[in-house]
Every structure is written in C-alpha cells, then in structure tokens.
Design a protein around this ligand. Structure first.
Ligand code: GLY
Length: 383
C-alpha cells in the first residue's frame, strides 16, 4: 500500500481543519461529519496538536507548523491555571503538545512545560497505595484507590522527565505503576480489566471493573489496545521482559478476536450483531502498539512478522473502509470510532484520538516516526 499517498490525503483534511477549528480542539463527532469542539475542558486536546506536529514534520509546511505552535502555546496556560487537570491524562495532553514541540524543535519553553506537566502527573502518585490515581481527589471513597489501563500511555512522560533531569523518582513511579497494572489489570488469558479498585486508605486490592466497557468482567477493546501500546512503551524504557511478553500476549488476544474486516468491535465480549458499533480507534491504537513492539524485536524474530502482517491487514481495511480520503465534507480521518457506547456518547463517529493514532500508524509505516512517546533512534518497521 502507498502510505505516502494516504498521508497526503490526510493533509487535505488537516489543512481544512486548521481554518475550521481556529483556536479550539476537536473532541468527538457531532453525528454529522463535523467535530464537537472543546477548549481545554477534556482529556483529548493533545491529539490535535499531535496531528499537527506529525503533519508538520512530514511535510515541512509552515502553515501547519504555525498552527501547531499556536495551539501548543495554550497548553502552558492550562497548566499554570491547573485547568481541568485533576486526572491522570496529563500524559496524553502534554506528550503530544509541549513534548512534541520539544522533540521537533528543541524549544526550551516547551521543554519546561513538559517537565512541569510531569510534575503535575507526579502529584497523582499516592505513596501509601503505590499507584497513580486515575480520577478524582485524594481519599475519594469511589475513585481514591482506582487505576485504569489507559494510564500506561501517560507513563512515558515520566520516563522522559527522568532522562531530562537525571531525577530517578519519575521513572520509579512509572515502573511501580506499570508493575501494578500488569498484576491487577491483565488477566491470565491476556484479556484486561479497564479499571481496578484498591481500598483508598489501606491500598488492599478490591476488584476489577469497567467504566466504558460492556460489563465489569468484559474486555473493552480500547482498554486492551492501551495495554498493548502501554506495555510496549514500558518495555522500550525499562527493558523488562515481562512487559514485552505482556504486550505481545495482549496483541494476540486482540487480533485473535477481530471480525472479518480486521477492525475491532467496541468490546470483545459484546454479542456482535449488524448494529454493534466498531471502535476503529482501538484498532488504530493497537496498530501503533504492535508496530512499537515489532520495532523492538530482531528482524528474524517470527513474532515480528506476525505483528507486521496483522497490522498491515488491519490498516489496509481501515484505509479502504474507514478512512475519509480527504472528503471536504468530513472533518475526521477515521470513521466508526466509539467513545462511550453504554453512555450514548459518540457510539459510532469520529473520535480525535482515532484520527491521531491512525496518522501515527501511517507515519510509522511510512517513515518510522513513532509519535512523541520517546525520542526515536532508528526504526525497522518501515516498508
Ligand atoms: N482514555 C479514555 C478513553 O480511552 O476513552
């Protein structure tokens, strides 16, 4: 497949969106081909600058670069005001905005913002419980001892902060949290809980559960994808074999349960019917995670071929059946994402993280650029 030509088509949509979105940020679709726009009220604002930085690096286009710089600047004010940051998703927000700008341009102010964001994430570390609290205030009876699998994607920001500052505490927290996630969120068959509850005072393990999945014991597809990618990134930083093994086993679980078009339903335990929503964003995240694993395996490792073949099949299906191909009437890149099916929020629509990870997967396949989760050295996944 000509990944280059597909990226060129994404650029038409992205350039049109710069004018359409102005200073606001796409969140999820409005059911009519457009995005609902938000302004530093959610966990999703980082994905738009992430798309802009990837596109800017690819095309060296000054119009896109100016938009990337402009919208990244607003993340400093959000941090200074601590606006809607009482959650763990600080990594999603700041890795793809300020940290991306530092990685692309070595902008010192952006680096300081990214380090301050890592400090803000560290404030969610609960030493007595030995975990990063996902949501809500400390000691909250419902959420005070709660972890969620998505948080694995926020840990690279901490690892990067250790690399930059020489202070080991950030990476130590990331490693303890990754270990806890592995032990409690990943089940024996490599399926996953979306969330796990610990007693907010004693730290005793209570139970696994879900927030956005079908039911408490089910495997929410996007959570599984966060696990694949999150453990692959943990392996990148820590070289702990258990992380690699877990990422691969979770990837096999994911790809063994895909329907004929290789794009996941929103939960692996929901009975599929003609009306069951897909979550293309889960498949885009899983594709990036599998490319990340493949990049760390030696070229003669048979698991690498399995992963690359699986990614290729899924990406070809997404390009042919889900991608908007530069259609001027559609603001998203990837159709049929699902945010929160049971809650009735964007159950079959664009979701901005789906667009981001779809583009990241295209970039990885095209030129090896692995997003902004770590500083790339060299890549083996280029085709
Ligand atoms: N991190 C929230 C979600 O995946 O919906």
């Amino acid at each position: 497949m000509d990944w280059n030509a597909i990226i060129e088509q994404t650029l038409h949509t992205t350039k049109a969106n710069i004018a359409r979105f102005e200073d606001r940020f796409p969140h999820v679709g409005n059911g009519n081909g457009k995005y609902q726009l938000v302004d530093h009220t959610d966990w999703t604002e980082g994905f738009w600058p992430g798309i802009l930085w990837l596109s800017c690096e690819y095309g060296q286009d000054s119009y896109i670069r100016e938009a990337a710089v402009r919208c990244t600047r607003s993340f400093q004010a959000r941090l200074a005001e601590h606006k809607n940051l009482d959650h763990h998703d600080i990594g999603f927000l700041y890795s793809l905005s300020a940290l991306a700008q530092w990685m692309v341009e070595r902008d010192e102010a952006a680096k300081i913002t990214a380090l301050q964001a890592a400090d803000a994430l560290m404030r969610r570390w609960r030493p007595t419980l030995q975990l990063i609290q996902a949501w809500g205030p400390e000691h909250d009876p419902q959420n005070g001892g709660r972890i969620i699998i998505d948080c694995l994607m926020n840990l690279p920001l901490l690892c990067w902060a250790t690399e930059q500052t020489g202070r080991s505490a950030y990476a130590e927290v990331a490693r303890i949290h990754a270990d806890k996630s592995l032990k409690f969120l990943v089940r024996g068959d490599a399926s996953s809980y979306h969330t796990f509850y610990f007693d907010p005072e004693s730290g005793d393990a209570v139970r696994g559960g879900t927030h956005q999945g079908f039911q408490d014991g089910s495997t929410w597809s996007r959570g599984q994808a966060w696990g694949i990618y999150g453990f692959a990134l943990a392996y990148r930083y820590f070289k702990e074999p258990q992380y690699l093994d877990t990422a691969i086993r979770m990837a096999r679980y994911f790809f063994d349960r895909l329907p004929d078009d290789h794009v996941a339903y929103w939960d692996f335990d929901v009975p599929p019917t003609a009306l069951t929503p897909k979550d293309s964003s889960a498949s885009a995240i899983a594709a990036c995670g599998m490319l990340e694993i493949a990049d760390q395996l030696s070229s003669d490792d048979p698991r690498r071929k399995f992963l690359l073949d699986a990614v290729r099949r899924s990406m070809v299906c997404m390009v042919e059946g889900y991608f908007t191909k530069g259609n001027p009437d559609e603001e998203g890149l990837l159709r049929h994402g699902s945010y929160f099916v049971r809650g009735g929020i964007a159950p079959d629509d664009f979701v901005i993280w789906g667009d981001y990870f779809f583009l990241e997967a295209l970039m990885r396949l095209n030129n090896g650029r692995p997003g902004y989760w770590y500083e790339p050295k060299r890549s083996k996944t280029r085709e």
